[in-house]
Structures are given as structure tokens and as C-alpha cells.
Design a protein around this ligand. Structure first.
Ligand code: DX5
Ligand code: ZN
Length: 222
């Protein structure tokens, strides 16, 4: 099963409610919400108030991607705002195991994310405890960047470990995903595809989501 997670970062910020409803009607599975603090990444986006305002308007799975330093400081705020999944960066957190526990104790799914310079080995010790692993396929901070094909072996290494140990862990990729790159990441073992610009800037978001989904589904990891 392939899940498509459009990133709200590529929406029209004057029309977040309408754009959320538009991609929900277009068949999105998750709404990917990129939170940036201007410290962990050189950009600032939005925080829990915006997510909390959108929550009652949508039934989508709210997939909150925290690109913030010391995420443990703010995780409660995102839980209260209505996150269904919270991912935080291993590079940004001192005690990932404790934060995974905090998130799961609140009944929210926990995910760990790694930036391009962090190897697969760093995330392996957490895979048994998380619901999802997020492998960045661009340097975090901005939408619209070029997909990094050199991340494919990392995706495959994580997929091999998850399968070998029969873990219940989704594998998400984020950055530069479109119809051309979707089959590459699905063949490597990813099953949750974040797509910001590709979906929100498409003339027909429904067709774009369907095309990305089928491009991935026709080229699955085996
Ligand atoms: C980058 C964000 C991504 C970004 C993806 O820091 O984590 O979610 O919005 O955007 P596209 O799909 O345009 O590469
Ligand atoms: Zn993201």
C-alpha cells in the first residue's frame, strides 16, 4: 500500500483551509505539515496554532514533520493541536528514545527523521519502536528542491532491516517526489511519499496524486 502525503508548505498560505480541503477531495492520504524553527533549518514556516486551526476542518491524517531544535520542548503543543503522527529529527534531539515514548504515550504515532548526511545506521536502533521512519531526499528547509538519488541505497537499507525483523514501520520519503522519482523510491522500499510542489502546483491535483500513486505502485520493492 502506497500513501501519498502532500506537503502544506507548497499550499497558498492565504488559503490554507481551502487548499487542505482541495487535496483531501483529490485523494490524499496524509496532510504533511512541515514545521521549521529557523534554527535547525534556515527557514521558518508555521506552528501548532495553524495546525490546530486546520484540525477540525479535515479528516486527513495529520503528519507533522518537526524540523526544530530540541523538539521535546514543543511536542505537547503539537499533540494538543491534533497531530496523528509526529516525526522529529534524530540530529535535533538528545534523547530520541524518551521522546518516542512521550509521543506514543499520548496515543500519537511516532516517527524519526534523518537528513541526507545521516547514515541508515543511525536510525536502525529506533526502528523497532517507531511507527514510521522518514528519510529525507533533500536537505530539509525548503520545498521545490531536486530529489537526491544518492539517498536510494539508504532507503533500501532501512527497508531490508524492517522486513528482516518483521517490523511494523512505514518508510516515508520527503523531497523532490513526483511521477518520475516515485517509482525509484518505491522500488527502494518507501511506502509513504511526501509531495509538496508536485501536488499543490499541479493543475489537476487529483490526477497528480493518482499518477504518483500508480507510478509507485507499479514499481514496488521486492
Ligand atoms: C522540506 C520539507 C518537505 C517539502 C517537500 O524541508 O520537509 O516536506 O515541503 O517539498 P517538495 O515536494 O516540493 O520537494
Ligand atoms: Zn517534510
Amino acid at each position: 500500500m502506497i500513501y501519498i502525503a502532500p506537503s502544506l508548505l507548497a499550499a497558498d498560505f492565504t488559503r490554507l483551509g481551502e487548499d487542505t480541503a482541495r487535496i483531501e477531495a483529490a485523494g490524499a492520504d496524509f496532510l504533511h505539515l512541515d514545521v521549521m524553527d529557523g534554527i535547525f533549518v534556515p527557514n521558518i514556516s508555521f506552528g501548532p496554532a495553524v495546525i490546530g486551526a486546520l484540525r477540525p476542518q479535515s479528516k486527513l491524517v495529520f503528519d507533522v514533520h518537526l524540523m526544530i531544535t530540541a523538539p521535546e520542548r514543543y511536542v505537547d503543543r503539537f499533540i494538543k493541536a491534533g497531530a496523528d503522527i509526529i516525526s522529529f529529527h534524530l540530529e535535533a534531539c538528545e534523547d530520541p528514545a524518551a521522546l518516542i515514548k512521550t509521543i506514543k504515550a499520548a496515543g500519537v504515532k511516532a516517527a524519526v527523521a534523518i537528513s541526507p548526511d545521516t547514515p541508515a545506521e543511525a536510525i536502525i536502533p529506533y526502528l523497532a519502536d517507531v511507527d514510521m521512519a522518514l528519510i529525507m531526499t533533500v536537505y530539509p528547509g525548503f520545498g521545490g528542491q531536486k530529489f537526491m538519488a544518492d539517498m536510494l541505497p539508504k532507503i533500501k537499507a532501512v527497508r531490508e532491516y524492517v522486513d528482516k525483523n518483521s517490523l511494523d514501520c512505514l518508510i516515508q520519503v520527503d523531497g523532490g517526489i513526483d511521477v518520475a522519482t516515485a517509482p525509484l523510491v518505491s522500488a527502494a522500499g518507501a511506502n509513504v511519499l511526501v509531495a509538496g510542489s508536485a501536488v499543490f502546483h499541479a493543475d489537476d491535483a487529483k490526477k497528480k496524486i493518482a499518477d504518483i500513486r500508480s507510478a509507485a505502485a507499479n514499481n514496488l520493492y521486492k
